[in-house]
Design a protein around this ligand. Structure first.
Ligand SMILES: NC(=O)c1ccc[n+]([C@@H]2O[C@H](COP(=O)([O-])OP(=O)(O)OC[C@H]3O[C@@H](n4cnc5c(N)ncnc54)[C@H](O)[C@@H]3O)[C@@H](O)[C@H]2O)c1
Length: 367
């Protein structure tokens, strides 16, 4: 399979997407002159359960090819993204003798990728980073584009850096063991790409929903590949999220992030919150007279994601207050991505508090 290329000012790198390709890790690593110069040492960062699965297999493949691999274990999930986890990770890198050219291979979901990616960006001012994503969300979205971060007690993703990997290896086979709820949450990012950029992808996803949702690997591979291609395009045009292209990927995220924050990150998973954000964005779009003919297809895709119920008692004024804290606020205005049609996004910064309240009332989630 041909890789998908991301071309930014700071780096040009390949995203390899396929099934059963984990074993190609040593060969891909050996192609990089900086890594060859590392004297055959690599560090791998993952969580304990993944070291018993794909991370263990990836480490063994490297060792069979002659690499010495030091294994750094982070807590599973969001707990990996704390300043204290990061502190321990720096300690692990120092004790392993990691040098400027030692590659750091991050194996896991978005949490491991974000935390280990930030460690790679900052340890000794930057060491080579490889992402081996193992959740749908990470394969389709978070491993591409160079956003790395850990959380601060006062705000999620508050401390981070843009740092591109040297390559990404997404083996869709690793998704076999992914819990269904995680898969569905990740699929929200594929639906996002389809609605914002690609009517044909939207129609295909809708037509094949039963197979996609059942975890059919051929369907998942197509969905990962298509989402990566769109994200690669946006990132290549706007590496640092300043020119507006990358901002389109925030469809559903303005309200989604606010919902995650307002529920203390304990309610919905990220993708589930984004489903509610996309529902609100569709309703706001319809409220402006847009999206007429395409609304049924967009609704069908979101229905297929089966997000959990709206958090009890969460009012639109709570969300409005939460949105003001978002990194996406520009000059005091919330930026929303709405849709004129599927594949025709519109970035707007004039959504008012009453307009959002009315949209949420029409969705039947708030009074
Ligand atoms: N950097 C970005 O651009 C970006 C984009 C979107 C989201 N994110 C971040 O990603 C994080 C969420 O990541 P996520 O949804 O991938 O979940 P996650 O990384 O938090 O992982 C969730 C759980 O899934 C398990 N898991 C991972 N792969 C598995 C597999 N193949 N089989 C079985 N279990 C597996 C993990 O062990 C963990 O317990 C959030 O912190 C979010 O902020 C970052």
């Amino acid at each position: 399979m041909n890789p998908i290329w991301v071309r930014t000012a700071s780096r040009r790198y390949a995203v390899h997407v396929g099934r059963g390709i984990l074993g190609s890790l040593p060969g891909l690593l050996a192609r990089h002159p900086a890594c060859r110069a590392a004297g055959g040492s690599a560090v791998m960062v993952s969580d304990a359960s993944l070291f018993a699965g794909p991370a263990g297999r990836a480490a063994s493949a490297l060792e069979r090819a002659g690499w010495r691999v030091s294994r750094g274990v982070l807590p599973a999930g969001e707990a990996a993204k704390t300043l204290s986890s990061l502190d321990k990770l720096y300690g692990f890198l120092l004790k392993s003798g990691a040098e400027r050219r030692t590659p750091l291979v991050a194996v896991g979901g978005g949490s491991i990728g974000d935390a280990a990616g930030f460690a790679a960006a900052t340890y000794q001012r930057g060491i080579p980073l490889v992402h081996v994503p193992t959740t749908f969300l990470a394969q389709a979205d978070s491993a591409i584009g160079g956003k790395t971060a850990v959380d601060h007690p006062l705000a999620k993703n508050a401390v981070g850096a843009f740092y591109q990997p040297i390559f990404v290896l997404a083996d869709v086979e690793t998704l076999r063991t992914l819990p269904r709820r995680q898969l569905m949450s990740g699929l929200a990012e594929a639906v996002k790409c389809a609605l914002v950029f690609d009517p044909a992808f939207a129609r295909r996803l809708a037509a094949r929903w039963p197979r996609v949702r059942a975890g059919d690997l051929a369907e998942l591979e197509h969905a990962v590949r298509t989402s990566v291609a769109w994200k690669a395009r946006a990132v290549s045009a706007d590496e640092f999220d300043l020119a507006g292209k990358r901002e389109l990927l925030n469809f559903g995220h303005t309200l989604g992030h606010a919902l995650e924050w307002a529920t203390g990150y304990r309610g919905a998973l990220h993708g589930e919150a984004v489903v509610w954000g996309m529902r609100a964005a569709l309703e706001l779009s319809s409220g402006r007279g847009w999206l007429r003919r395409d609304r049924p297809l967009a609704d069908a895709l979101l229905d297929g994601l089966a997000a959990p119920a709206w958090p009890r008692g969460l009012a639109s004024s709570d969300l409005w207050a939460a949105m003001r804290r978002d990194k996406k606020v520009r000059a005091g205005r919330n930026v929303f991505v709405l849709l004129k049609r599927i594949g025709e996004p519109a970035r707007v910064d004039d959504v008012t508090k009453p307009e959002l309240a009315a949209a949420l009332r029409r969705l039947g989630v708030t009074k």
